[in-house]
Design a protein around this ligand. Structure first.
Ligand code: SF4
Ligand code: SF4
Ligand code: SF4
Length: 249
């Protein structure tokens, strides 16, 4: 029996689901090993019977929490898909403001009391509401990594998510470090898995894959220290994608 797979979206730009749709030729290989039973962005059919749930987006409202808990209760395996789901992502920037400030900015003086669509709370990553089994990091996710994770899950194996810094992939590609060009880079403390996409194209890493589980080690700090920076300097820069600078297991 092929595992039944469903996709669900919460507060997000839906770019991670788009990455799945854009898998092109490898999507045919995946369809051989899993049954996609729900995927609003790609198909009309929907089933409430699924084994693996992919969750895109962060949790913004009480009604989202209820829906997410319902999904969790039906899924054997739940995977957080992308930075919004894994660490809050850019959505979590709003947590630096009070609820009233956010509502006033977005809705002005409109009457918002009692409307469930406007009833927001400080933004939460998925694992602040339910147990997450695996994390697929990035903004957006890496298509190849998604394909590897689905293949592993379909075979009943544990997907391997990198827990070493982007610098490792960057150096393996022979890139010139962007610090040498006077730019800042979060590669020493950011989880790898993107093939050092940004430094390979001349930009510093902005940390979209989140912090390493344990970034406070000598080897990871080496690059920062070389350029007169501390771990705190790096964490301060992490606010675009990881407002709370959460460390993921
Ligand atoms: S992680 Fe990025 S690409 Fe994915 S849904 Fe969130 S904002 Fe969009
Ligand atoms: S700091 Fe950035 S550019 Fe330099 S090696 Fe690490 S990932 Fe590459
Ligand atoms: S280099 Fe950094 S910001 Fe760029 S894709 Fe990789 S983790 Fe994300």
């Amino acid at each position: 029996m092929k595992p039944r797979v469903a996709f669900f979206d919460f507060a997000s730009c839906e770019g991670c689901q788009l990455q799945v749709i854009n898998l092109e030729e490898s999507i045919l290989d995946l369809i051989e090993i899993v049954d996609v039973v729900s995927f609003r962005e790609a198909m009309k059919e929907h089933s409430d019977r699924y084994d693996i749930a992919f969750i895109e987006g962060s949790i913004a409202r009480p009604m989202d929490e209820k829906r997410l808990k319902r999904i969790r209760s039906k899924a054997n395996v739940l995977v957080a898909l992308g930075a919004c789901a894994c660490i809050g992502g850019v959505n979590a920037l709003r947590n630096q403001f009070t609820e009233e400030e956010v509502k006033k900015k977005v809705y002005g003086n409109a009457r918002i009391g009692g409307n469930p669509y406007f009833n927001v709370f400080p933004l939460k990553a998925v694992d602040e509401v339910v147990k997450v089994d695996y994390y697929l990091h990035g903004c957006p996710i890496d298509r190849d990594e998604f394909a590897k994770v689905v293949t592993a899950l379909a075979l009943g194996k544990k997907p391997e998510i990198p827990n070493y810094p982007v610098c490792v992939e960057c150096k393996a590609k022979g890139n010139v470090c962007v610090f040498e060009e006077g730019k800042f880079c979060l590669g020493p403390v950011t989880r790898a898995g993107c093939s050092a996409r940004c430094p390979s194209n001349g930009s510093g890493c902005e940390g979209c894959r989140g912090l390493l589980d344990d970034p406070n080690t000598d080897s990871e700090l080496e690059v920062l220290q070389k350029y007169g920076l501390t771990l705190k300097d790096a964490l301060d820069k992490f606010k675009i994608f990881c407002y709370k600078s959460k460390v993921k297991k």
